[in-house]
Every structure is written in C-alpha cells, then in structure tokens.
Design a protein around this ligand. Structure first.
Ligand code: GLC
Ligand code: CA
Length: 558
C-alpha cells in the first residue's frame, strides 16, 4: 500500500548540535526553524528530532524529567508549535523521539517512587531487594557496570538498563502504560506526525528478572535474552496501537537492536498492527569484535552485503525497511564504511547511492549530506557523552593502554556524530557565535555547508539529485529488490524493478578498482546512466567494466 512514510526521506536532527540561534553554544529549536529552507533544498521531507523534552541531560535528553515540557536550552513550547506549523506549511512531517523504557531519576514519578515502599508510584519502576547481599541479578548495563543501583532511602535496588540516572519504567504496570499512552496522544493531538521509539524492544523483561548465564565470567554479563524482545512486548505494542497509534495517520519506527528478521516481522508485518518499521542495527555492529563495541575490528565487505541482502529480501512484500548508515549513536558513516581521506567525496556519494536506492525509508543524519567525518580529540576532557566517559574510566580502572583507549574512542565514540553541524568555515563552524558545548571538528574549514552549496559537484548536490530521482521513479521506492550476483567481494549490485521500469545499481565498496560483469540472464535493450559519482563515465559498456575506487552507478535499463 502506498504511504507517505514509505515515499518520504528522513533527515535526522540532533538538536543540541544542529544550530544555535541565541548564542549560548547549544543548538535549539529556533536554530532548526532557521534551517528548514536548507533541509527543504536537500529534498528531505520528514524530520526526526532527537529528544527535546525537559531533561537534566545526563544522556543528552534520553533521560526525560517531564514529557510535557520543552528543555529550556532548546526553547519553549511555543517554539515547538511554530516548528510543527512551519513544517506543515511546507508539507513536511515531524516525528519525535519517544523514550519510554526509562525516565530520568528526576522525573516526579521516580521521585515519588523512591520516597517510600508504600507510595502510589513505587510500582512505576522496577525495585528489588538485595540478593545474597548484592545486586538482585548479574545483568550488565549498556553503559557499563550493573543495571542495579542501591537506594539508601528504602534499602532496595532499582533497575536501569542504561545509566543510573535512567531508571526503567515497569511496563507490567497498566497505570504506567496508560500514562504513556496519554502523553503520546497529547503530542499527536498537537500535530506531530509520529514517533521514533527509543529502545522499544526492551520494554518487556523476563518475569522474575533471573540471572543471565555467566559462562564462568566474573561480574556483570550481557543479559539481552532477558530484556530484548521479551515475552509481553508485542502485547504492549498492540495495546499501544489500539489505544493510540491506530487513531492517527502517522509514522512509527522502533529501535530494535539484536533482532532477527523473523522477530522483526512480528513488529512490522502490516497485518499485525504494531509498528511501520524498525531500526535493526545489525549493520551498526558489523565491526564489533566479539560483539563488543569497544573492541572494533575491520569488517568484511561480504558481511556488509549479506546483512543488507538479508534485510531487503526478508522484509520484501511483508514489511517495510528503514535504511540508515549512522545516527547520533554511531561513528560517521563516511569514516566507517567509506574513506574519510583521499576518497571522501567519492565514498560519501557511493554510500548515498546505496542509501537512496534500497527498498525502505532512507534516514540521512545531519552532516552526512556534506560528508562530515569522525573527530579525534586528543584529550578525554573534550568528550561529552556518557558511554565514552564510562569506557574511559573503566579502561583506567583496568590499566589498559591509554593511547589504545583513545584510539578506540576516536573510532567508536558517539561524539563523532555529535560535533556541531558544519555550516561554514568560520571559527565555530557557523553553528554558534560562542564556543559550543562540544568542540567543532577542525575540518569544518574545508567541509561545510557553504562550500557544499557553492560546488555543484558536491556530496550535497549528489544527495539532492538522488532524492529527486527517487521522487520521480516509483520503482526506486516500491520496486522489487533483486541482488545481482557478482564475483568480486567489493562489488555490490542489485536491481530494483517495478512493472517495466528497472534500475541497476553497481557499487564499489572498496578503495581498489574492481571489475563487474552483468550476468547474461539480465537482458536489456536500452540503458541510461542516471547518476555516477565520477564526472565522466569511463565506459558505457555495462556488460563488463571496471569500477574505480568507491565508484557508484545508477543505471536505468529497459
Ligand atoms: C537509544 C538512543 C541513545 C540512548 C539510549 C538510551 O539507544 O538512541 O542515544 O543513549 O537509547 O535512551
Ligand atoms: Ca541556543
């Protein structure tokens, strides 16, 4: 079925780092308002806004202390309403982050909950007594250490899958669920067009919160089996659909790490009435050594293709994909999957070609459209985000090599995505009049929006062209996906077809030139090169040719 959220292109805004309008060094809603023309020029028509709710900012807004108030640093509710209004008058849609696995420990619910064992809100969160004089179980938090924090006041522990200032809500409690649904309706009635649902596959935990198998390991262990895609998750989401989502023409996308394709279909199969699409995140873990983020290794291009093919083929005709190569939680896509030195432009354009021609809704993260890269601060003092700081402290504690630790941080830190948007080459990259809350990447002198707009061959203009092609050709949106078999590991090719319309995509994922041969069974009479990231195509024979480093071609065939 045709849907606006399948046809649109999403632009993700991390408000803190996007544009500062009032000179306090922090991005804000009026900054976004000032840049809507820019986003419209690019051609994106849906904005996903990271959390803008009131928060003590322990995890940059993912620790909400009031769902009904805008974070002071970001502006006011009137600014937010203006943003909704301005976007709608441009026929753009706005989706907001929904963070309901946990709140801030400064949320009034938690303040009441921790006050005494008997109070009305105690059961809004997950409290447990000590077990054998220690934590109630051995689960490891996503941000390191135990998921349990001891609270003196009542002598019990509370659960937090993330940081200790992010206590998990107790979704088994129907009063919690009703409060969340009420809040969601309140925002939808204000006119927003949907939600990106944070860590949504973690709401339901194994009853009794049992220990995870420790394989002889000391300390805390990853316990995904007890909180990922748990026993009641689909029941909760169907209830949410019946009580809230189903009543609106909106878009929903759920963040679902470590989820199989079969499990994914339970969330998104159209007849199940849960979500429209999920972020599966396999691709975002492709370079984790032993499944560990802080132990990165080189990834194999064959794995990269396998992951994409697996999701494309298993969702086809059953559910809808989201296509994204990065987010505010990830290193920069060009640094990770392309090259951020000699072939930055070519590889960023190759990745753009992939993003905009697969089946699914594409998500462009702010700065991706100009090929912004990772940053490498020398001092840990310049890093801001909690997961990185926790990792650094843990390394200190375990006497790991400091230089190696910093190298790993340079590669993996979430702050890579959070340095200020690079608008121009001036001192603070045109992001702010004053020193920003996090340092700008020094390469803003060369890599910035002003430069990108002026150069008609820039990554920005290439994205714009791709979005136009996608808008003009329904096959690029709804067309079937067929992988094209190729011999070389670094060459990735597929067809998108819809009735008579066919598009052939051929990408070189690597820095070395590589050959491509079109299989004989793919027949065509006419071909038209629609887009290539090199200015001149070296050959127009597409049966057999060599692709230059990171070369990408989009070819219409008939
Ligand atoms: C999600 C968010 C991330 C946040 C975490 C806890 O993974 O994308 O930024 O830290 O959830 O809310
Ligand atoms: Ca500001």
């Amino acid at each position: 079925m045709r849907k606006w959220w399948k046809e649109g292109v999403v632009y993700q805004i991390y408000p803190r780092s996007f544009m500062d309008s009032n000179g306090d060094g922090i991005g804000d809603i009026r900054g976004i308002l000032a840049k809507l023309d820019y986003i419209q020029l690019l051609g994106a028509d849906i904005i996903w806004l990271n959390p803008v709710y009131k928060s003590p900012n322990y995890d940059n807004g993912y620790d909400i202390s009031d769902y009904y108030t805008i974070m002071e640093e970001f502006g006011t509710m009137a600014d937010m309403e203006e943003l909704i209004y301005e976007m709608h008058s441009r026929e753009m849609k706005l989706i907001m982050d929904l963070v309901v696995n946990h709140t801030s420990d400064e949320h009034p619910w938690f303040i009441k909950s921790r006050a005494s064992k008997k109070n009305d809100y105690r059961d809004f969160y997950c409290w447990r007594p000590a077990k054998n004089n220690r934590e109630p179980n051995n689960w490891l938090s996503w941000f390191g250490g135990s998921v349990w924090d001891y609270d003196d006041k009542t002598g019990e522990y509370y659960l937090h899958l993330f940081g200790n200032k992010q206590p998990d809500l107790n979704w088994e409690n129907s009063r919690v669920r009703e409060e969340i649904y009420k809040m969601m309706r309140w925002w939808l009635d204000k006119g927003i067009d949907g939600f990106r649902m944070d860590t949504i596959n973690m709401l339901s935990k194994t009853p009794g919160l049992p220990d995870a198998p420790d394989d002889g390991k000391d300390g805390y262990v990853f316990a995904g089996r007890h909180f990922l895609n748990g026993p009641c998750i689909h029941e909760y989401l169907q209830e949410m659909y019946n009580k809230v989502l189903g009543g609106y023409d909106i878009m929903t996308v759920g963040e679902c790490p470590k989820t199989s394709t079969d499990e994914a279909l339970k969330y998104i199969a159209e007849d199940r009435n849960e979500l429209n699409m999920i972020f599966p995140l396999d691709l975002m873990e492709i370079d984790y050594g032993n499944g560990e983020k802080w132990n990165p290794v080189a990834f194999r291009p064959a794995d990269f293709k396998d992951i994409i093919n697996k999701w494309q083929l298993s969702m086809q005709n059953k559910g809808w994909n989201s296509i994204s190569l990065m987010s505010h939680d990830q290193p920069r896509a060009v640094s990770r999957f392309g090259s951020d030195s000699a072939y930055r432009e070519e590889s960023a354009k190759m990745l753009a070609t992939l993003e905009l021609t697969l089946q699914g809704t594409p998500y462009i993260y702010q700065g991706e459209e100009i090929g912004m890269t990772n940053v490498a601060f020398n001092s840990i003092d310049d890093y801001r985000e909690i997961e990185t700081l926790n990792y650094f402290n843990d390394s200190l504690k375990h006497h790991r090599d400091r230089e190696k630790t910093m190298k790993t941080i340079h590669r993996q830190s979430r702050d890579n995505a959070r340095t200020p948007m690079q608008w121009d080459s001036s001192a603070n990259a045109g992001f702010s009049r004053v020193t920003p809350w996090i340092k700008v990447n020094q390469n803003h002198k060369e890599i910035n929006v002003r430069q990108a707009l002026d150069d008609k061959h820039s990554i920005f203009h290439y994205y714009k062209k791709l979005i136009q092609l996608r808008n003009e050709n329904i096959a690029l949106i709804y067309g079937e996906y067929h992988p094209v078999p190729v011999a070389d590991d670094f060459i990735f090719s597929y067809l998108r077809s819809f009735n008579q319309e066919r598009f052939l995509v051929i990408l070189n994922l690597g820095v070395v030139a590589a050959g491509f041969t079109l299989p004989d069974n793919i027949k065509y009479r006419r071909q038209k090169l629609l887009l290539c990231n090199y200015q001149v195509a070296e050959s127009d024979n597409i049966r057999e040719f060599s692709l230059r480093p990171f070369e990408a071609r989009l070819i219409g065939i008939s």
